[in-house]
Design a protein around this ligand. Structure first.
Ligand SMILES: Nc1ncnc2c1ncn2[C@@H]1O[C@H](COP(=O)(O)OP(=O)(O)OP(=O)(O)O)[C@@H](O)[C@H]1O
Ligand SMILES: [Mg+2]
Length: 223
């Protein structure tokens, strides 16, 4: 599903170029559940953003779901994102004063999905994360774990084959974090490919493969 070949990326900081990814080669098959680990600043988020088509690369080749990503313009990257990828973040990124249902619905409103379809797809996504009984709650009326479930439901509404998650348990206590990992295990068993960044070993152990980054290179790949 994912094939990265000799990926290089640096950030321009005025007149200096800061290299961040220094020749990443990585292949991930459909159905895998992968944890990306490594010290702070090693390039985990940058790599995840490249995989998630949120960020471009300087050189190398990236293909996702049969499409050559590194040759695409921004508009095509946006299309790939909405067709194939769901995103989950450390801080949930929910909109505060609107209900869980509305938060999940919003991306579909922008995508011009009609009202009836929106309702059905939102209900299905809420069922999948076990929160249908909290549909009318606003984020402050939900626990951290429940907020992350709403964010996961939002990531699932387009039925993406790939879920990318940057420290999805980073704002949760360890028990709630494990519950989110059980949800990831269930989604993975249903066929969703998952790539998750974490620096917690016990969270990473839910994945079936751990890829360790060091200074923008793959240091270790435990399959
Ligand atoms: N937008 C940016 N502009 C300039 N430099 C950046 C930018 N984003 C990241 N960097 C630099 O790239 C390097 C890798 O950052 P990245 O966010 O990928 O690390 P990380 O492994 O996710 O770290 P952490 O565990 O702290 O989240 C860092 O040195 C960082 O300063
Ligand atoms: Mg990061």
């Amino acid at each position: 599903m994912i094939n990265l070949k000799d990926i290089h990326k640096s950030y321009d900081m005025g007149d200096v170029k800061v290299p961040v990814l220094n020749g990443i080669d990585l292949t991930i098959q459909t159905g895998e559940f992968v944890a990306i680990m490594g010290p702070s600043g090693s390039g985990k988020t940058t790599l995840l953003n490249v995989i998630g088509c949120l960020d471009s690369i300087d050189s190398g080749e990236y293909s996702l779901a049969g499409e050559q990503i590194n040759t695409l313009d921004d508009k095509s990257m946006a299309r790939i994102r909405s067709q194939h990828i769901g995103f989950v973040f450390q801080l949930f990124n929910l909109i505060p004063r609107i209900s869980a249902r509305r938060n999940i619905e919003l991306p579909m409103i922008y995508a011009n999905v009609n009202k009836a379809d929106r309702f059905t797809r939102t209900s299905n996504a809420l069922e999948r994360v076990g929160l249908i009984d909290r549909a009318k709650h606003v984020p402050t009326q939900l626990s951290g774990g429940q907020q992350q479930r709403v964010a996961i439901a939002r990531a699932l509404v387009n039925n993406p084959e790939l879920l990318v998650a940057d420290e999805p348990t980073g704002s949760l206590d360890s028990k709630t974090g494990k519950e989110i990992m059980q949800l990831f295990e269930k989604l993975n068993a249903e066929g969703v490919t998952i790539i998750m960044v974490t620096h917690e070993t016990d969270i990473a152990s839910y994945a079936h493969r751990q890829v360790h980054l060091l200074d923008g290179r793959i240091d270790q790949d435990n399959r």
